[in-house]
Design a binder for this molecule. Structure first.
Ligand SMILES: Cc1cc2nc3c(=O)[nH]c(=O)nc-3n(C[C@H](O)[C@H](O)[C@H](O)COP(=O)(O)O)c2cc1C
Length: 190
């Protein structure tokens, strides 16, 4: 138990370009997504979808990132566009996490549905860590872009809460430096 607590407290991301093969196999992806399905969820809406992107699909996603970037910023220089193209190929596996939104739900406002999908993302990161993989949660302008969402089959009204890049960390990172507890914790006494 203490070991699990320490793992949680030491959790850290791995930059996408330091995530190599092997990526999780199908069974491991299923385990990771099952952890996501355990996220807290007000009114049992299950407000999430998970889209696996691997192999050649990563190049296709890179092309979509370029198209979306050109639409947003037609004057972007070629070398910056090339960076966009290469983004998805930095890691062997990406899982896009989508909040599927129910508008005007009587109990669960949209923000809570997005929080649930975010909680799923975090649980998936922890599951990936438990299986020995590294990961990082990335968004950027592409995650909010309707051209990207449409290419991935995501409704414009749903939220792409992020791309979880996953792989085997190239090297071990030093222990993370956390903010002092006193800066973030207080007692309210009325
Ligand atoms: C919703 C969300 C979106 C994020 N998007 C990005 C991003 O686009 N680019 C980035 O460098 N980090 C992004 N991050 C931060 C990284 O996932 C990571 O937390 C950060 O690099 C710090 O590393 P750590 O998790 O080891 O503390 C995002 C985090 C969250 C929660």
């Amino acid at each position: 138990m203490i070991e699990m607590l320490s793992e949680l407290q030491q959790r850290q991301s791995t930059p996408a370009n330091l995530l190599d093969e092997p990526a999780p196999c199908d069974d491991q992806i299923a385990e990771i997504v099952k952890a996501g399905l355990a996220a807290p969820d007000h009114a049992h809406l299950r407000p999430w979808r998970f889209i696996v992107i691997r192999g050649d699909a990563r190049q296709k996603l890179g092309d979509i990132f370029v198209e979306a970037t050109v639409r947003r910023e037609p004057d972007m220089p070629d070398e910056k566009l090339e960076k966009q193209r290469l983004k998805p190929t930095r890691s062997p596996l990406i899982i896009a996490v989508v909040a599927t939104i129910t508008e005007d739900h009587p109990k669960t406002p949209v923000v809570e549905q997005i929080l649930s999908a975010g909680a799923a993302m975090q649980l998936m990161q922890l599951a990936a860590t438990a299986l020995g993989f590294g990961s990082i949660w990335l968004t950027g302008p592409n995650a909010a872009d309707n051209h990207v969402k449409s290419a991935l089959g995501i409704d414009a009204g749903d939220e792409l809460v992020g791309f979880l890049y996953i792989g085997t960390p190239r090297n071990k990172k030093p222990q993370p430096d956390r903010a002092p507890l006193s800066e973030h914790l207080s007692d309210w006494s009325g």
